[in-house]
Each structure stands twice: as C-alpha cells, then as structure tokens.
Design a protein around this ligand. Structure first.
Ligand SMILES: Cc1cc2nc3c(=O)[nH]c(=O)nc-3n(C[C@H](O)[C@H](O)[C@H](O)COP(=O)(O)OP(=O)(O)OC[C@H]3O[C@@H](n4cnc5c(N)ncnc54)[C@H](O)[C@@H]3O)c2cc1C
Length: 494
C-alpha cells in the first residue's frame, strides 16, 4: 500500500460521482479528490432530470454537501473535460492524478431515425425535461403547446411518464415545485388535453414502474383512457397466474384513474404493440400525425408462465415482438421522443488509453468499475488487462438505465474497488519515479489559471444556491433556478 494519499479526479458530479466520492472518503478519509463538472452547478440529472414534483428524490444531493466538507475535496465546476478552448484536456488530468473516475453520465438522447424527425412539433424528451428543469442548454427551447390538443409520447419508461405528468398536472401544484418559471408560463397557455404514451411492446414489458403509473392515475382532474384493445388480449395471461409484481401493474392499469374518464377535463392513454414508423406533415414543416407499424408478441404470453415466479417474471418482461405489417395513424401536433439516453466518448480518451464501446455506449469495464484495456477479452477478469488508474461508475459504466438507488450501489462498488486496488498495491497512473506523489488539485489549479478557465468552487456554488433559494422564496417555491451559465457567473463576478 502506498502511504501517501490517493490523488483522484472524478469527472461528473451526478449521483455516480458524488456517491463514489462519499464512499471513498469514508474508506480513505485522507484521499485528495477533485470533482470536475462541466456546468457551474453540481448534481447532474438530480438537478436537471428528476421531475420537479419529485422533491424527495432530489434529497440524494445532500450527500455531496457532506462530501464537500472534507478538507481535501475540491469541486471544480464550469470545467468541461475535453479539447475545446474552454475545456481542460484529459491528458492534463492524467498527468496530475493517480486515478481518474469517469462518471459523466449519458449526455445525448437516442434518436428514432425515422422520417420526419426534424418536423416542428417533434421534440426530444431530454430537451423538454431539461427545459422545464432550467438546464441552460435548453433555456431557449420554448415548445409550442398551443397547436393542438393531442400529444404523443413515444416510449413508455419513467421519463415518458414524467413528461406526461408535467403536461397534464394541475398548474397550481407544479408552481410550488422548482420547475422553471418560463415552463409554468408556457404550460399555462398549453392546449394539450390528451397525451397518448405509445410503446412497441405490451403492458407487462414496458419499462415504466408502478409508482409512476399510480401517480398519473391519481392526478386530480385527469382521466385514464384504456387502450382500444381489451386488457385480456394485451396481457395474455390470467391475472392469478401472473407473478405478483406484474399482477399489481395489470390490476392498477385495469382499475384506471381515480377521476373517471367521463368526469375529467384531461386524459392520458397507454398504447401498446405499436412501433413508430414516421412523423407526418402535409406542409413538410409542422407535425400532423405519427405513423406506427403494428407489432405482436413472438410467443403466446401464457406459454411462458410455468409457476416459478422469478423465471415467469423474467420471461414475460423479456418477451419480444415482431411486425404484423399492419399500420396505424395517430393525429397529433406534438410528439416527444423518449426512447432512452446515450453516452459518448470524452474527447481525449484515446490519448490516455481509455477505450469506448460505441455499440453499447459504455466505457468497457470489468463490471466492478475497472476500465478494460482496448481489445481486452472477456469482462470480469480481476486485474489483467485493466488500464492502470482508470475507473468508471454510473450510466457511462452500465448504460443509461437505472434509478439513483442503483447508481448509488454501482458507485459504491467502484469506490470499493479503487480502495482495494490502492490498498493492495495495484499499479495506478503513478510510477516509481513519482514517489513524491502527483500534483493533484494544486497543479491543475495553476493549469486552469494559465488557460483562463473560470473555475466555480463549492463556495461559489453555495452563493448561486443561496440566490436561487431566495428567488424561489419570493415566489413561494423551493428555488428558482438560474437558467444561463453567463448569469451564474455574473452572480459570482458581478
Ligand atoms: C429525465 C430523468 C428523470 C429521472 N428521474 C429519476 C427519479 O425520479 N428517481 C430516480 O431515482 N432516478 C431518476 N432518474 C435516473 C437518475 O437520474 C440516474 O440514475 C442518475 O442521474 C445517473 O447518474 P450519473 O452520475 O451516471 O449521470 P448524471 O446524473 O447525468 O451525471 C453526469 C454529470 O457529468 C457531467 N459531465 C458530462 N460531461 C462532462 C464533461 N465532459 N466534463 C465534466 N463534466 C461532465 C454532467 O454535466 C453531469 O453533471 C432520472 C433520469 C432521467 C434522465
């Protein structure tokens, strides 16, 4: 074991970054950690993804508040790792730290690659979520919600349901959350009364969770319109033969909304077994309809049920679909693409020997978080084939699925592996000649000054945080987020 403290750079301040730092400092309290974040503000998707009406979920960010109290922890906000003029190149970090932990998440959304995706009215759920959450990148999105009364959401994950809830929720409820003021203003003019959430597979295969469906079923004044097919046909298995988890989902869907459809002024609907084929327009500019190809199960759902709940659950969840050749059309002036996020390689990763798997959209790793050398064989080996000192956690390690709790477990695993390697004398980025240790934050700080990068420290973030809370208080809400990086920096530098 090296007796000097570990110098670790973490790239990204979302849950993967902050839970890793938290766990590592519990085990190696003397470790020196610098957390680089491209935005002036921390927390990643906890701040800019999680829906405004889920404030309890945002409490996870308090972990980083605890981490920031460690004397050798430095938050370096407003520092993007990359190669453009306003970034810090990865090789500079590699020279100055023993280890790098990649925790930069998934910054793009998956496209459908079907005709008409560029039409006015076709939006990415990532952009819409970022916009209502005050993400600077989408501050100017300004979606037009006045063109018609029907919106289609393509995809049935929890992000799709967040978008649906935000479109339909009573404004007086949303107003109390940290949703951006501009979003409230646009939503107050919205004409959208019906949201159709459409997926390729069936009710038991969709990636939503029961909690998110229940929330929609309980939205005041909002009814649930059952799909055109019967639930029996869609589910395809007698309810009592279903594993408990799936039976609860099926029962909830069949029970429907608390507000009866007839008594509601807005409604949502789940559409199944439809694969998006094209966005359609008669003027080649504005969305008018979404074309879908009909799908069907490859196997009879009931043939997969054999009385072993965990095997049945697995088989039913994984049931695939195929095209029937049939087509349907849904008229809508607004469509949200919500079919997942995607990670990308960081610029300069090759220069420091870190590969990226484009097909899977992850940094190849041994499942514990050690980065595997380019061309390395099967995952799971202990140390052979690892890139010394390179680790990953969160969505860039596992792919963009899973909630904050699973990201926390994953971050803890990576932090434990770093601790084990450091204590076990495994090779890091340092070598014998550097027994005095790496320069860490002190060295990088000078480098950033030399490059005229305006680093936002934790104390700076606390000023932004305080101002946002004060602005929110005036409006009777938790916070009013500052939506532009320039304004954030102006708050600090006057
Ligand atoms: C819309 C949405 C809603 C969600 N809602 C919930 C919910 O209600 N409950 C729940 O449990 N989970 C929810 N999740 C899932 C949860 O947000 C993720 O599991 C988690 O945020 C993944 O953590 P991460 O740290 O890997 O990525 P992120 O949270 O994305 O953090 C990555 C960080 O890296 C930074 N970064 C990126 N590139 C660079 C660079 N080049 N240089 C420096 N920094 C960089 C980013 O700015 C970001 O701050 C939601 C996800 C989405 C997309």
């Amino acid at each position: 074991m090296d007796c000097r403290p570990l110098q670790l750079a973490i790239i990204g301040s979302g849950p993967a970054g902050f839970y890793s730092a938290y766990r590592l400092l519990k085990k190696l309290p003397d470790a020196h950690i610098t957390m680089f974040e491209q935005l002036p503000v921390p927390y990643g998707l906890v701040r800019y993804g999680v829906a405004p009406d889920h404030p309890e979920v945002k409490k996870s960010s308090e972990t980083l508040v605890d981490v920031a109290k460690y004397p050798h922890f430095h938050f370096a906000g407003n520092v993007s790792i990359g190669t453009d003029a306003n970034s810090l190149p990865l090789p500079v970090i590699a020279q100055n730290y023993d280890a790098i932990l990649f925790a930069y998440g998934a910054s793009r959304d998956r496209k459908l690659d079907i005709p008409g995706e560029g039409l006015r009215g076709v939006l990415s759920a990532r952009a819409f979520v970022g916009w209502y959450n005050g993400l600077p990148e989408y501050a100017d999105l300004d979606p037009d919600l006045t063109k018609g009364d029907t919106a289609v959401v393509i995809g049935q994950g929890n992000v799709a349901l967040d978008v649906t809830r935000t479109l339909l929720a009573p404004l007086e409820e949303l107003r109390k959350t940290d949703i951006s003021e501009q979003a409230v203003e646009v939503l107050s003019r919205s004409r959208v009364k019906s949201v159709k959430v459409i997926g390729r597979r069936g009710p038991l295969q969709a990636p939503y969770t029961i909690k998110e469906i229940r929330e929609l079923m309980y939205l005041p004044g909002v009814g649930f319109a059952p799909p055109p097919e019967s639930w029996d046909d869609l589910v395809g298995v007698q309810r009592k033969r279903l594993p408990r988890q799936l039976r609860r989902i099926a029962e909830l869907l069949e029970k429907g909304s608390k507000t009866p459809l007839e008594a509601s002024n807005k409604a949502w609907q789940l559409g199944y077994l439809r694969s998006p084929a094209a966005f359609l327009s008669s003027n080649n500019e504005d969305l008018e309809a979404v074309g879908f190809g009909q799908t069907e199960y490859e196997l009879e759902p009931s043939s997969l049920v054999n009385g072993d709940p965990s095997a049945d659950l697995n088989a039913l969840r994984k049931l695939k679909v195929r095209s029937t050749g049939g087509k349907t059309l849904v008229h809508a002036s607004l469509a949200f693409r919500s079919v997942g996020y995607q990670s990308e390689p960081l610029e300069g990763m090759k220069d420091v020997g870190v590969p990226f798997d484009q097909a899977l959209g992850v940094i190849p790793n041994d499942r514990w978080g050690r980065v595997l050398s380019p061309g390395h064989g099967p995952a799971g080996a202990l140390t052979a084939g690892h890139v010394p000192g390179m680790y990953c956690a969160g969505w860039v390690k596992r792919g963009p699925t899973g909630v904050i709790a699973s990201t926390m477990d994953d971050a803890f695993t990576t932090a434990d592996v770093i601790t084990k390697d450091w204590e076990g004398g495994v090779k890091f980025m340092s070598d014998e000649a550097e027994s005095g240790g790496k320069g860490g934050w002190d060295a990088v700080k000078h480098e950033m000054k030399r490059r005229s990068l305006r680093v936002v420290s934790w104390q700076d973030w606390e000023k932004i945080d305080a101002l946002e809370r004060a602005r929110g208080k005036e409006k009777g809400k938790e916070r009013e987020k500052i939506r532009s990086v320039a304004e954030m920096l102006e708050v600090l530098d006057g």
